[in-house]
Design a protein around this ligand. Structure first.
Ligand code: MG
Length: 160
């Protein structure tokens, strides 16, 4: 048990016109995408931070700064693969991830199977059941409720 560590991640991105909406590496059918330097995959960003924190590596802002042109419009699932390599270098394995995506629209349920598969694949997990993804609304309250953006929370359990 002493080699288990828990991590959390949180991220928010603002809706924008003329952008694709990518969540968990899946392109979602939506009139609006998310604003960001990378592909603005808010879910994958939260997942990466939930892994980097307990690993002692830092966070995605440190690893993949938004001032670096190499990361412009980059697939966040590609960055998640880089995170996996960093974890592997340190002998760290991922036990499970759970996450929540908060928005009024679009409904993410039809896409969660693909998102789980992408995240499990990027992390070389042996089962998609190790990745939980739930969608919820904030009942019309706050910036997610007003449709201004999407928020995502993630929790991870890792073994060092
Ligand atoms: Mg982000």
């Amino acid at each position: 048990m002493e080699n288990l560590r828990i991590g959390t991640g949180f991220d928010v991105h603002e809706f924008a016109e003329g952008r694709k909406l990518i969540l968990g590496g899946v392109e979602i059918d939506s009139p609006l995408g998310l604003k960001g330097h990378s592909d603005a995959d808010v879910l994958t960003h939260a997942v990466m931070d939930s892994l980097l924190g307990p690993s002692g590596i830092g966070d995605i802002g440190l690893l993949f700064p938004d001032t670096d042109e190499r990361y412009r419009n980059i697939s966040s699932v590609m960055l998640l693969r880089e995170v996996r390599l960093l974890l592997e270098d340190r002998g760290i394995s991922v036990i499970n991830i759970d996450s929540v995506v908060i928005c009024e629209q679009p409904k993410i349920c039809p896409y969660t199977k693909g998102m789980k598969a992408n995240i499990a694949d990027a992390l070389a997990l042996d089962s998609v059941d190790r990745v939980g993804i739930k969608g919820t609304t904030s009942e019309g309250l706050g910036f997610t409720g007003k449709g201004e953006g999407i928020a995502a929370y993630a929790a991870s359990l890792i073994m060092i």
